[in-house]
Write a protein that binds this ligand. Structure first.
Ligand code: 13P
Length: 287
């Protein structure tokens, strides 16, 4: 059964580790992530952007697929199904379909409007036991059409949003979706420390997990980050493994063109990436 992200993140914050949010795109992605979580006894969050939701034929299809897998694969570790960077309307549509967690990305609204909309979503989500993530500042780069300027969050605004009763809070601290540029200045730990000081027990979320050096990940966790989002890295591993299969002409040999064979190296590559991240985040054995 899907669970909200609240309990797993509260435990992670107390235990000083982070739970990975891995974004899904299709059946192979979902199965790879769920199996890796189960094999490593780790809690996990499946992230679905609005674009990926559309690609997978809507939130009802996603919920049906994930619930089916939880049963058939006998998944017993805590799994949350989370809308990533949801719009106001998107958050309601995902909740109605059965998502157990939603992000309302109101970072592009003026702060007053972000607060009003966040309050309403929290009220309706809590009635359903659904966890809510809010964002302050903006994650740089682009993900599925959601573009962020990369503004560093104002710790006072973070406190204001945290006090509304969100479950977890994403703050822009110089992180970027996608690959990091050569001249990237790194995460702003002074701002992160300040946010943690003002928001106390609130689990903090680090977006743009792809390509952040290990020492920065560990430092961020020590400063209160309990959820880390990874998307691009699984896409890169999947693409590289698929490319190697085709370049080795394996699709031309025997039944190598069978999609169940053709997509298998990519599937295994996602599993490897997810396991490495779970090790780095410290969530293995924490289910
Ligand atoms: P990356 O694609 O950079 O890993 O970011 C993922 C993310 O933050 C999803 O919201």
């Amino acid at each position: 059964m899907l669970v909200s992200a609240k309990e797993m993140l509260t435990k992670a914050k107390q235990g000083k580790y982070a739970v990975g949010q891995f974004n899904i795109n299709n059946l192979e992605w979902t199965k790879a992530i769920l199996q890796t979580a189960q094999e490593n006894n780790s809690p996990v969050i499946l992230g679905v952007s609005e674009g990926a939701g559309k690609y997978m034929c809507g939130y009802n299809t996603v919920v049906g697929m994930v619930n089916g897998m939880l049963e058939t694969l006998k998944i017993t570790v805590p799994v949350a199904l989370h809308l990533d960077h949801g719009s106001y309307e998107g958050a309601y549509a995902a909740m109605d379909a059965g998502f157990s967690s939603v992000m309302f990305d109101g970072s592009h609204y003026p702060i007053d409007e972000n607060i009003e909309k966040t309050k309403q979503i929290i009220k309706d989500a809590s009635a359903k036991g659904v966890s809510v993530e809010a964002e302050v500042g903006a994650i740089g780069g682009e993900e599925d059409g959601v573009v962020g300027g990369g503004e560093v969050a104002d710790p006072q605004e973070c406190k204001m949003i945290a006090d509304l009763g969100v479950t977890m809070l994403a703050a822009g601290i110089g992180n970027i979706h996608g690959k990091y540029p050569e001249n990237w200045k790194g995460l702003n730990f002074d701002v992160l420390a300040k946010i943690q000081e003002l928001t106390g027990e609130m689990p903090l979320v680090l977006h743009g997990g792809t390509g952040i050096p290990e020492d920065m990940i560990k430092k961020a966790i020590s400063l209160g980050v309990s959820k880390i989002n990874v998307n691009t890295e699984c896409q890169l591993s999947f693409a590289a493994a698929t490319r190697a299969y085709i370049e080795a002409c394996k699709d031309l040999s025997g039944k190598g063109f069978d999609p169940r064979k053709l997509l298998n190296p990519g599937f295994e590559a996602i599993k490897k990436t997810v396991k490495e991240k779970m090790e780095l985040f410290g969530s293995i054995g924490k289910a």
